[in-house]
Ligand binder design. Structure first.
Ligand SMILES: Nc1ncnc2c1ncn2[C@@H]1O[C@H](COP(=O)(O)OP(=O)(O)OP(=O)(O)O)[C@@H](O)[C@H]1O
Ligand SMILES: [Mg+2]
Length: 266
């Protein structure tokens, strides 16, 4: 069976609280995230992006609607099945303070029962891919915010997931490191054909890395529009000079501007 898409239908979520009115985070979100593609999600702060991610990862149940992982079977029919292998780079890095960088990155493999030799070798490789070689024995408290974020990224990559969820993976990085890692990630993604869902506040990043950009409205969030990023791959630093890049930026910013203003009044 070939994995084809994550399909979400009329997803809504309300957070209930004992002493406050409920918060509606998502309302009627319907969207397909196609396999082997990068879908970037942009939207104003608080519109429900991380909530959507928790639901997609099966860590929280939506108040309404459904999430399905769709496969194409041998006879060409589409049907829902179990989720494929998934990994997440969370917005707050969630590193374990008592573990070294190496053991933080190897943690997921350890839970899967991968032998010490193999998990350390794979973790070291992932650490190298985020340019942190030499920091394997450091503890999280000895790292800068940007370095912690890169450990978080390595922890996702090491799992060789079919679907990689990234929640603001570059938010804490300085502009140059961010650019560099965006390029690295773009190469990884282009080579591996992974399905990636990338949440970001940066319109440039959404376009640079994405095959599609889903633009969300202010809370309660729904997907206002999904745009195709018809820019050639492989992409690199020159991509930003492409005329089409500028057009997409203007279009997405136009959609977001009103939503950001609404979110400030919310
Ligand atoms: N556990 C919770 N209990 C109550 N309300 C919550 C909870 N988690 C999130 N919310 C509310 O749901 C809304 C959406 O939150 P969410 O974290 O999904 O936003 P976001 O789009 O990821 O924002 P940001 O871009 O700032 O990360 C917000 O109004 C938030 O206050
Ligand atoms: Mg968030």
């Amino acid at each position: 069976m070939q994995f084809e898409a994550i399909s979400i239908e009329r997803l809504s979520h309300r957070f209930l609280s004992r002493n406050r009115p409920p918060t509606t985070a998502l309302t009627g979100v319907s969207c397909d995230f196609p396999a082997g593609k990068v879908t970037s999600i942009v939207g104003p702060s608080g519109c429900g992006k991380s909530t959507l991610l928790l639901i997609l990862r099966g860590l929280m149940e939506a108040s309404e609607g459904k999430v399905q992982f769709l496969y194409r079977d041998g006879s060409g029919n589409r049907r829902a099945g179990d989720p494929p292998r998934m990994a997440t780079v969370w917005q707050s890095f969630n590193l374990l303070p008592w573990r070294t960088v190496l053991d933080n990155v190897a943690f997921g493999l350890e839970l899967e029962g991968v032998s010490a030799g193999e998990r350390h070798a794979r973790a070291a490789e992932a650490i190298k891919s985020v340019e942190l070689a030499g920091f394997e024995k450091h503890y999280p408290s000895q790292l800068s915010g940007g370095m912690k974020q890169r450990v978080g990224l390595a922890r996702g990559l090491v799992m060789s997931p079919d679907i990689l969820f990234l929640d603001e993976p570059f938010g804490a990085l300085d502009a140059q490191t961010r650019l560099y890692l965006q390029e690295q990630l773009s190469t990884v993604v282009e080579r591996s054909g992974k399905t990636v869902i990338l949440i970001t506040h940066s319109i440039e990043e959404a376009i640079f890395l994405g095959d599609h950009v889903a633009v969300m409205t202010a809370r309660p969030g729904r997907i206002a529009r999904t745009l195709d990023v018809d820019l050639p791959r492989p992409r690199g630093i020159d991509t930003q000079n492409n005329k089409r890049f500028g057009e997409l930026f203007t279009e997405i910013y136009g959609l977001l501007r009103d939503e950001v203003r609404k979110s400030m009044l919310n």
